[in-house]
Design a protein around this ligand. Sequence first.
Ligand SMILES: Nc1ncnc2c1ncn2[C@@H]1O[C@H](COP(=O)(O)OP(=O)(O)OP(=O)(O)O)[C@@H](O)[C@H]1O
Length: 271
Amino acid sequence: MAQLNGHMQHGQTREGQPPAADPDRPAAIDVAHLVKDYKSTRAVDDISFRIARGSITGLLGGNGAGKTTTIAMIMGLVLPTSGSVHVLGAKIPEQSYDVLGRMNFESPYVDMPMRLTVRQNLTIFGRLYAVRRLRERIDQLAADLDLKDFLDRANGKLSAGQKTRVALAKALINEPDLLLLDEPTASLDPDTADWVRQHLESYRKARNATILLASHNMLEVERLCDRVIIMKRGKIQDDDSPDRIMARYNRDTLEEVFLDVARGRAREGAS
Ligand SMILES: Nc1ncnc2c1ncn2[C@@H]1O[C@H](COP(=O)(O)OP(=O)(O)OP(=O)(O)O)[C@@H](O)[C@H]1O
């Protein structure tokens, strides 16, 4: 528990409230009654939430809960069956081009071209985003994310953990205002994962960026996130700060809450 508390102290707004909504600026993400059917499977089932700018929100849920599908709809990569998504005020996918340059995403399950070197891959993505002073930006990311030793190696010849760091560099290349992350520390050893989390925290702070991340790592979510949205079978099961969610389930860790939700145990006071 002492170790857990040590982790919690690193959280930026762990004890605080999520940033207040600014009435003059649209939310970073505004999802209303979103539904996605894949043939007979309802992957996302009428979910609604708004995410304030400058916040870090964790999307939790077991395998198949609908997290990746939700993120893909926010990116405009998957079309909703019904409902709406707005990102930074733009309707997705209709107005995607207005905001694509201000968002980016990372997923360990989406591979970059394997034969190209890390530097070539980052150069291609940087050009897609019209990044100015691209060479300097890549050098900066290589220093920040410790990529220097393998910048000129083919992507296909990297370890899983090295690929995860390169994918993060790709996600940060355009200094996005909105960063969508699917398992940002998958395959990373605990030390590297901790350091990547610190990098994400300082990136958010420096740019007032908004981060939405899907993760199965509960300590990561406790440490990083101001808010947690728990999904189960396509629906939102709970949505609050980590502290309040743990209090509601009368649990000390999100891991225990996750097991309660997965195994269908009711939260305290719930009917
Ligand atoms: N392209 C697809 N075609 C058909 N069904 C799909 C497709 N993508 C996802 N699904 C189904 O939709 C549901 C939600 O999947 P999704 O990948 O969004 O879940 P997830 O919460 O990200 O899961 P995980 O934690 O395993 O990554 C699952 O039942 C999955 O089998």
